[in-house]
Design a binder for this molecule. Structure first.
Ligand SMILES: Cc1cc2nc3c(=O)[nH]c(=O)nc-3n(C[C@H](O)[C@H](O)[C@H](O)COP(=O)(O)OP(=O)(O)OC[C@H]3O[C@@H](n4cnc5c(N)ncnc54)[C@H](O)[C@@H]3O)c2cc1C
Ligand SMILES: [Zn+2]
Length: 316
């Protein structure tokens, strides 16, 4: 397989798919000219067109589209910033990112991995605690965690004291994500013949068993969330009130929720014909796949996690 990939990569027979149209000749005038086609330039052009109907726009770049810093493979999409204004702004950005693949019908490879800002000094711990409190206050899932939990969530990190700067803790931000790390232009037939299963997963927080209590939500809330309260008919939902045992968070521990798509013959056919992610998802659900949202709702119905967690961790 590696040799096959190398041969494929070096051969001119399967040129990489063009993701953007070729640059056109410039017109004599535009309503808006944006210099720099990085994340901000392209987003400004896109939302001017989408939300304001301004479409006569030129985006100029000395390099290539979506280049600049935005193109670095290590970019993290997150909203655990320090100032309330920053948190609000980036939280909205993260929300927009989550819907982009659907909106464009183009897989931007958005992948939620969770983000750790490691703290090696007391000062870093103080800032992490400060950030966690600002974030929580603004409704962003972010908390200070200690080496035992870091070890559980990320076992490959070296947590020994026997290093120059031992790890004291981390600011953990479960929604932290990356995008388009993996689009290497591999031919669909190579994917369809080698991939047998595709998984998405999130870590869902468990309700603290020491302060767990039933909770009901007003009908207006379901209405605002565009959710059918009927899906909880006859079910008691729970939350954690907060106690000493869970440091007043109402949660203790996490569990994985997993959406797994088996690459069946039908899905294989869709990969080869480069069908959209939406279409593939529809077929997979028809064949019994349970989405992250469905699995998360089950955990809320079983009373092991909360409706807040369902909404925080899964898109519709
Ligand atoms: C090391 C590093 C790590 C970072 N990590 C993260 C992160 O993890 N998460 C995060 O959200 N942000 C991160 N950032 C910040 C993020 O990369 C930037 O905020 C973001 O890329 C800014 O977008 P932009 O469109 O303003 O600029 P850029 O993405 O830099 O785009 C600017 C574009 O303008 C073009 N350009 C420049 N001059 C001209 C010219 N004279 N004529 C024509 N075109 C021109 C360039 O070619 C480029 O394409 C990081 C930044 C750095 C440097
Ligand atoms: Zn508790």
């Amino acid at each position: 397989m590696p040799f096959g990939l190398l041969k494929y990569g070096l051969s001119a027979k399967y040129p990489a798919r063009r993701h953007f149209p070729k640059a056109k000749d410039l017109k004599p005038a535009y309503d808006v000219v944006i210099v720099g086609a990085g994340g901000h330039g392209l987003a400004a052009a896109y939302y001017l067109a989408k939300d304001w109907g301004i479409t006569n726009i030129a985006v100029l770049d000395k390099g290539y589209l979506a280049g600049g810093n935005t193109a670095r493979n290590t970019a993290i999409i997150r909203s655990n910033y320090l100032t309330p204004d920053g948190v609000r702004f980036y939280d909205e950005s993260v929300r927009l990112y989550q819907g982009l693949s659907e909106e464009f019908d183009y897989n931007i490879m958005y992948s939620v991995r969770g983000h750790f800002t490691l703290a090696h000094t007391d000062a870093a711990m103080r800032t992490s605690r400060w950030r966690a409190e600002v974030n929580k206050h603004m409704g962003v899932d972010s908390e200070l965690i200690y080496p035992d939990e870091i070890q559980r969530l990320c076992p490959s990190l070296n947590l020994s004291d026997d290093v120059r700067y031992p790890l004291l803790g981390a600011l953990y931000h479960p929604p932290g994500a990356i995008a388009r790390l993996d689009d290497m232009g591999i031919a669909p037939f190579l994917i369809s013949s080698s991939v047998i299963l595709s998984c998405a997963q999130r870590l869902m927080r468990r309700i603290c068993s020491h302060c767990k209590e039933p909770v009901t939500y007003p009908a207006k809330m379901y209405q605002d969330l565009n959710m059918d309260p009927g899906i909880f008919e006859g079910v008691t939902l729970y939350r954690g009130r907060g106690c000493d045992r869970c440091k007043n968070s109402g949660y203790a521990g996490r569990m994985a929720i997993i959406e797994a798509m088996t690459v069946t013959d039908e899905v294989r056919r869709l990969i080869i014909t480069r069908s959209s992610a939406r279409e593939m998802g529809k077929v997979a659900i028809g064949q019994g796949m349970r989405t992250l949202r469905m699995v998360a709702l089950d955990r809320a119905r079983e009373g092991v996690s909360t409706l807040e967690q369902v909404l925080l961790l899964t898109a519709h």
